[in-house]
Write a protein that binds this ligand. Structure first.
Ligand code: ADP
Ligand code: MG
Length: 699
């Protein structure tokens, strides 16, 4: 029998093709089920309606019910139009103000019409006013104030134009639940629901949309979050099981001539304790006939590359090739430079594969990879192209893995049978709580110690008014023989604008820093030109390097001591931390100067403060996670983290822990979910998998 929840939303009364189209485009609502899972973003308690005459400088937002008595359209000094309205509820008058959308508001709000407004009153020119209040039309609204908890749905301008503002969507949901509500079913075993003290699913879904009271709403939320996290944890529990059993792989039992030669005679420095410990963990993994699957976390500059190289030596000792993949050509080139130099010392050869290589060169490199002449193959995405064939690939290392997706990793693996051992490295530390929930299937090593003698980088935040001092300071560093980076931010809408900012900056800096040479790299350059410019900087032929964010990851020039970031508030925290990590790599005191633009959002301010106050990558990533939420933080697609509709793995730790325990217990008892009592779980778990696979999240 067809499932009513699969029904196209177009067929819901009052929807039709036009609205359906926009619902699909704007909110991915295609079916009844999608609308059912389109939860309110917040609820407003209308059970208490304030009175204008009794306002007293409220701390919080209030609901008021009344009507507008007149509008006034004014022009600001800057020529923007401001809309003012007088609002009354017969106990007094107050003002409403809009700085945007005056036309739209005036068209949709009629004088005298009964409305509810919601917002935080402020006291201005001896009257109360609310700026950009939320409006709810009470006419025809069954949810008539007062004494209601009213759900608010996310909407958009396009939806609003079709009458689908929050209220319009509310009406659709109501319509749908009237039609199909009786078809809601439980999807967890009854005793399970009771044991975990969960609201039944039908009741939860009714109450998430139209709560009868706050308690019910909270219970509904808990139930739906639990359910979502539970199925996710079933997935992890199953992954954990297969990875414990593991893919089979060639064991590397030997630590032989190559490793020992290098370790005893050519190591340029003493390894840190953390590097040694991590190497030991890796060696233990490699000794087994099961695929290693290890994430190496280490703050910028912690020395991950050396650990990677020494692991490659073990592969060579056992007769295997290594593929080493980096997210950008610049970074790959840098790895090649360093690794081929170290490799030469003990007789290891490298090949190099990036996009945009000359054909003859590429053909030659491909041949060397195929016939086994190359021991280490370094490159970008170009490594996973079908034309690349290895003689005997035994180890795959991915640098800055958060830049790659799960599928790319799988493509690299498929170049060997059995799969190569797998090591991924990241300088974006993932807070422990999150690592536990996200990487159910991967082992984590942490290089939690920086090489000795590093001086902590000093971070300073300045505004435009300090520009000359900042330039003066840069000059003094250059005069000491040091080098500096100047980074311009990504302008979201257009890479072109990006380039304009950087190019203008370049001209300015060339003029200002006469006597020093200025270089520039940006995202639009051909790889060979980028490489050329980077090389000039590495060789100190240029002293100042202007760039867009292409140097974000991995570049290592120990002589550069200063990182100037323009419009630093536009960068994400982990990006800022990565950029800062480009300096402080040698014996000199290094500086990171964050130039802040005039308009700082409160998040922007928090980010700059976090940068100033801490150099600890873990601490910074925790703040980043807090500010951005897990989806953005990890980059949903990259992380293997599902798109949650309602759960938030940071805020819902408690529910998560309970759901996790429950899921792991069930999978331990019944790994394939074959037991009769787990039938419902199996059914809905498979549906969960399907929906995540559609998003490209689960491979
Ligand atoms: P990341 O972990 O950010 O990839 P790198 O591997 O680029 O860091 O290392 C940063 C710098 O530290 C490099 O110049 C590297 O040669 C140096 N380095 C790595 N390990 C040590 C060590 N044990 N002692 C001293 N310097 C080290
Ligand atoms: Mg690195």
């Amino acid at each position: 029998m067809a499932d009513i929840w699969d029904k196209d939303i177009m067929y819901l009364k009052k929807v039709g093709p036009k609205r359906a189209e926009v619902l699909k485009k704007e909110c991915q609502i295609r079916t009844y089920r999608d609308l059912l899972n389109y939860f309110p973003r917040k609820y407003v308690d209308r059970s208490y309606v304030a009175k204008v005459g009794e306002l007293q400088g409220e701390e919080h937002s209030v609901t008021l019910v009344g009507r507008i008595t007149r509008f006034a359209l004014n022009n600001s000094k800057r020529g923007r139009s401001i809309l003012n309205a007088t609002f009354t509820d017969d106990t007094g008058e107050m003002d409403l103000t809009w700085f945007q959308g005056a036309k739209w508001i005036q068209n949709s709000l009629k004088v005298g019409e009964e409305i509810a407004i919601f917002g935080k009153p402020s006291f201005y020119k001896s009257r109360f006013q609310i700026t950009h209040p939320e409006i709810d039309w009470l006419k025809d609204d069954q949810q008539k104030a007062p004494a209601q908890i009213v759900p608010y749905y996310p909407s958009s301008e396009k939806l609003q134009r079709l009458g689908l503002d929050s209220k319009g969507i509310r009406a659709l949901v109501k319509q749908m639940l009237a039609e199909a509500g009786s078809a809601l079913k439980e999807n967890l075993p009854e005793d399970f629901v009771q044991r975990h003290n969960l609201l039944g699913r039908p009741q939860a879904l009714m109450n998430i949309h139209f709560p009868t009271d706050f308690e019910k709403m909270m219970a509904a939320k808990r139930r739906l979050k639990f359910e979502e996290l539970f199925y996710f944890q079933i997935l992890l529990a199953r992954r954990r099981r297969t990875s414990k059993l593991g893919h089979s792989a060639e064991p590397f039992p030997e630590v032989g001539r190559y490793f020992l030669d290098f370790y005893e005679q050519h190591l340029p420095f003493e390894l840190t304790g953390a590097q040694k410990r991590v190497l030991k963990e890796i060696r233990k993994d490699l000794g087994r006939p099961i695929q290693m699957n290890r994430l190496i976390q280490g703050d910028v500059g912690a020395g991950k590359t050396m650990v990677a190289f020494m692991t490659m030596l073990i592969a060579k000792d056992n007769g295997f090739q290594t593929a080493f993949m980096a997210p950008t050509a610049i970074l790959a080139e840098q790895h090649r430079r360093k690794i081929s130099k170290m490799g030469e010392k003990v007789g290891l050869t490298t090949a190099f594969l990036v996009g945009g290589q000359r054909k003859a060169e590429r053909t030659q490199e491909l041949e060397r990879v195929k016939n086994g002449e190359a021991d280490i193959v370094i490159g970008t995405h170009a490594l996973i192209e079908p034309t690349v064939q290895f003689k005997k690939l035994g180890l795959a290392i991915i640098d800055e893995q958060h830049k790659f997706g799960v599928l790319q990793r799988a493509k690299l693996w498929s170049k060997a049978s059995p799969y190569p051992h797998n090591m991924v490295m990241t300088a974006t530390p993932i807070p422990r709580t999150l690592a536990m929930t996200v990487y159910g299937d991967i082992d984590v090593s942490v290089i939690d110690e920086l090489p000795p003698g590093r001086k902590p980088i000093k971070t300073l935040v300045y505004g435009e008014s300090k520009r000359l001092e900042v330039f003066g300071f840069i000059r003094s560093e250059l005069e000491k023989g040091r080098q500096a980076y100047v980074v311009y931010p990504l302008v979201e809408e257009s890479e072109k604008l990006d380039l304009v900012a950087a190019e203008k900056g370049f001209e300015l800096l060339e003029k200002y820093f006469k006597g020093f040479r200025v270089g520039m790299v940006h995202g639009k350059m051909k790889p060979e030109n980028k490489e050329f410019e980077m090389n000039r900087f590495v060789k100190n032929e240029t002293q100042l390097l202007v760039s867009t964010t292409v140097i974000e990851v991995g570049v290592d020039v120990p002589n550069s001591t200063l990182m100037l970031i323009e419009n630093a508030e536009r960068f994400g925290l982990s990006q800022l931390h990565q950029l800062r990590g480009r300096v402080g790599r040698g014996q000199f005191q290094s500086y990171c100067i964050l130039m802040a633009g005039k308009k700082l959002s409160s998040d922007g301010r928090k980010r700059l403060k976090a940068m100033r106050d801490s150099t600890d990558g873990f601490k910074i990533s925790e703040i980043d996670l807090e500010l951005r939420g897990p989806g953005d933080f990890l980059g949903t697609r990259q992380s293997g983290l599902p798109q949650f509709t309602i759960a938030n793995i940071v805020e819902d730790q408690e529910i998560l822990a309970e759901a996790r325990d429950a899921a792991f217990e069930i999978i331990e008892k019944d790994p394939e979910l074959k037991m009769e009592e787990h039938r419902a779980i199996k059914f809905y778990f498979e549906r969960f998998l399907k929906s995540q696979a559609k998003l490209g999240i689960v491979a």
